[in-house]
Design a protein around this ligand. Structure first.
Ligand SMILES: *[C@@H]1O[C@H](CO)[C@@H](O)[C@H](O)[C@H]1NC(C)=O
Length: 324
């Protein structure tokens, strides 16, 4: 009798899940000026991408005014006063303490590091044991780039229409595509007061959306009940038979950083004629021009992480079955 009740309750929970045509997202974590530095921690090891930066500890960043609150938002900046800093220019890399697998990440950002030779800012998510648990690059570019580049990195065996996300033989450049919108990056973004990036990560797709501050930001985002199925086309969608997302993307931390020079910005510094005219190497330029990095800061209004409520409901049903 009890068993029958259990089964029918399970049956109706599953039916509800199946009837839902798209995920119902519920808030899981919200980071803003009130709690950001509790939920995010400072990464202060040498930059894995070989940048000319000294990532600060929380204590250093605070003492040097490289991280804090400004304009009711979270400020993450670069040292713009020290001439010829030893071992790299002071900068900040932070990551969420919590990790997430699938869900919806919505970042409301007011300012990105401005267009500047030597800079390589990024907003991204990443799993342990790189690249085997994946990386999702949401905002990224170098030097005087005008558009964000959306890139995924994985271990072998994950290909989308954007390419092989392991890109063997080329140092894992990943699979990606450049935004067709200059409002997504650097000065173009800052001139309109920024905007909102959203990553919808399901077991079958990773979709990246952008909503400029001066455009139509979906009402459901402000209302705290985001429904990506109503948002129209994403900036890019990674989906298809060539990649089993659940086996390549797991347990991601959310990261903001600004590195300088290194494996990307440094490598292409001299192929940008404007940057090449300023100094013979990226490191020389960054060392000798502290004031150039005054606007190399992030201003983050909020980062909200939503989970797929219907998935949670299904998990709940399964748990009841095992305890019966
Ligand atoms: C950047 O966006 C502009 C439109 O805003 C577009 O014309 C240009 O081709 C894009 N650049 C790249 C590298 O995709």
């Amino acid at each position: 009798m009890l068993f029958t009740t259990q089964v029918s309750r399970l049956g109706s929970a599953l039916a509800l899940g199946a009837a839902a045509t798209h995920a119902a997202y519920t808030i899981q974590d919200s980071y803003d000026q009130t709690n950001f530095f509790e939920g995010f921690e400072f990464f202060s090891l040498p930059d894995p991408t070989n940048g000319f930066v000294r990532y600060q500890t929380a204590i250093e960043a605070n003492a040097n005014s490289l991280a804090g609150l400004a304009n009711d938002a979270v400020y993450l900046g670069v040292d713009y006063t020290t001439m010829n800093p030893i071992g790299g220019r002071g900068s900040v890399r932070v990551n969420s303490k919590k990790s997430y697998t699938t869900g919806l990440i919505i970042a409301d950002i007011a300012h990105q590091p401005a267009s500047q030779c030597g800079t390589w800012p990024a907003f991204w998510t990443v799993g342990q044991d790189w690249p085997f648990n994946g990386e999702i690059d949401i905002i990224e570019g170098v030097n005087l780039d005008t558009n964000s580049t959306y890139t995924l990195h994985t271990g072998p065996g994950c290909t989308f229409s954007q390419g092989d996300c392991n890109a063997p033989g080329t140092g894992n450049i990943g699979c990606g595509t450049s935004s067709q919108d200059t409002q997504t990056f650097a000065n173009g973004f800052n001139e309109i007061g920024g905007g909102i990036f959203a990553v919808e990560w399901t077991s079958s797709a990773i979709n990246i959306f952008f909503f400029p501050r001066n455009g139509d930001i979906p009402q459901d985002i402000a209302a705290g009940q985001p429904d990506p199925s109503t948002w129209g086309n994403p900036q890019t969608s990674f989906s298809g038979e060539g990649c089993d997302i659940p086996s390549h993307f797991r347990e991601h931390q959310i990261v903001f950083d600004t590195t300088l020079c290194g494996d990307w910005a440094g490598k292409v510094f001299s192929s940008d004629p404007v940057c090449a005219s300023k100094a013979s190497t990226c490191q020389d330029y960054v060392s000798q021009n502290p004031e150039a990095f005054r606007d190399s800061y992030w201003l983050i209004n909020s980062v909200k992480v939503y989970s797929d409520g219907s998935a949670a409901k299904r998990d709940g049903a399964v748990r009841r079955r095992f305890t019966a």
